[in-house]
Design a protein around this ligand. Structure first.
Ligand code: DC
Length: 241
């Protein structure tokens, strides 16, 4: 039997996409959201925003009371620019899109996201975003914890080597040359941490379709995910007729 989800869930279709770092979730989900008119939510950006806010105050992770106060004072917003393009990340109204993409903030996000108070706060925010005409949300625990009753659940992955190659390409576009073995080592370490943490570890959610994109082009992955979502939308509209 399907688990009951948050009440807002009924408003529209919910597509949950999970997977390890560098599996290409962001670009694929953004493209599918654009094609189908869904709201795209990158939950990694939320964890990065919290990490950015807590940088230099890591000691708070060991002090629940003070951490709760610090979290209560944070406002994280993801905004889609009018003309399209990547989401803007706002922290208490300040645009920190570029800052949160720094590799050290990604590392810190992986640490900060192990904390139960951080997860509680962000999961509540993520659930509050499930409104008409539907959303596509990507992260590590979307199909397993945030929306266990999502209409479509996909686990997107690729080999470590391929993920490192893609990451190196992205970095090269930003004018940064990092040797492949260094990137591979970082990816392995992040995978290990995201998979082995006690709270909401990265795993294939029950009922999720596993898609290994190691030998697929981005366009092929967009097509495959889009097909799954369209099929589900059609099944829903057939049911309503
Ligand atoms: O997807 P990303 O690399 O931007 O995510 C940064 C970190 O945030 C990742 O290492 C783990 C954490 N994260 C999480 O724990 N749960 C999510 N739903 C999304 C990200």
């Amino acid at each position: 039997m399907r688990k009951a989800g948050p009440s807002l869930r009924a408003a529209g279709i919910v597509v949950a996409v999970d997977g390890p770092a560098g599996a290409g979730k962001s670009s694929v989900c953004r493209a599918v959201a654009d094609h189908l008119g869904l709201l795209y939510v990158d939950t990694g950006a939320m964890y990065r925003a919290v990490a950015y806010a807590l940088r230099g105050r890591r000691q708070l992770l060991g002090q629940d009371g003070r951490l709760a106060d610090a979290l209560a004072a944070l406002r994280v917003d993801l905004q889609r620019p009018r003309g399209g393009g990547p989401l803007r990340v706002k922290l208490n109204g300040r645009d920190v899109t570029r800052e949160v993409r720094a590799p050290e903030i990604g590392e810190l996000a992986s640490l900060v996201s192990r904390h139960v108070l951080v997860r509680k706060r962000l999961v509540a925010l993520q659930r509050s975003l499930a409104y008409h005409p539907g959303i596509i949300m990507e992260g590590r625990d979307i199909g397993s914890v945030v929306f266990p009753d999502a209409d479509v659940k996909v686990y997107l992955t690729a080999s470590v080597r391929e993920r490192a190659r893609r990451r190196a390409e992205d970095l090269a576009l930003q004018g940064r040359r990092v040797p492949l073995p260094v990137i591979e080592r970082e990816i392995r370490r992040r995978d290990r941490r995201d998979r082995s943490r006690k709270v909401s570890p990265l795993r294939v959610a029950s009922g999720a379709i596993r898609l290994d994109t190691s030998r697929m082009t981005e366009a092929q992955v967009v097509e495959a995910l889009g097909r799954l979502v369209r099929k589900r939308l059609k099944a829903r509209s057939d049911l309503l007729q």
